[in-house]
Design a protein around this ligand. Structure first.
Ligand code: MN
Length: 131
């Protein structure tokens, strides 16, 4: 069964690109354009993986992660940070905060799906070269 992936991203161009790439690779997507809604969708839909932008109004990515980890229904879902910041040390900071992984913007269409698939269980991967 292909993974259901929730994308929490306030930039509509990035959101559309990520949804497009994941759907084209055979995955089901769920989307939220702010952190509060993202937390709500995660509780209602229990996605297999969450991709979360860090820079968002209302709830930023760190706050979203905190709320997901604090709730029994979403506590174990892997969450990847997707961020435009790519300063030395950012990756360590994101991992230290408790994210399972880190993907940097700009999104590289050629590699993006493969990067995401590294965080999925083998039986949920669609790409023929994996799983
Ligand atoms: Mn943003």
């Amino acid at each position: 069964m292909p993974a259901r992936i929730l994308i929490i991203e306030d930039n509509s161009a990035n959101l559309e690109l990520i949804e497009y790439l994941l759907k084209a690779a055979g995955y089901q997507t769920l989307a939220a354009t702010d952190g509060a809604r993202g937390v709500q969708v995660a509780r209602e839909q229990r996605p297999d993986l969450v991709l979360c932008d860090l820079q968002m109004p209302v709830l930023n990515g760190y706050e979203v992660l905190e709320q997901l980890r604090a709730h029994p229904l979403t506590r174990l879902i892997p969450v990847l940070a997707v961020t435009a910041f790519s300063m030395p040390g950012d990756r360590a900071k994101v991992i230290e905060a408790g994210f399972d992984g880190y993907l940097s913007k700009p999104i590289e269409p050629e590699q993006f799906v493969r990067q995401v698939e590294q965080y999925l269980p083998g039986n949920m991967i669609r790409s023929p070269t994996k799983g």
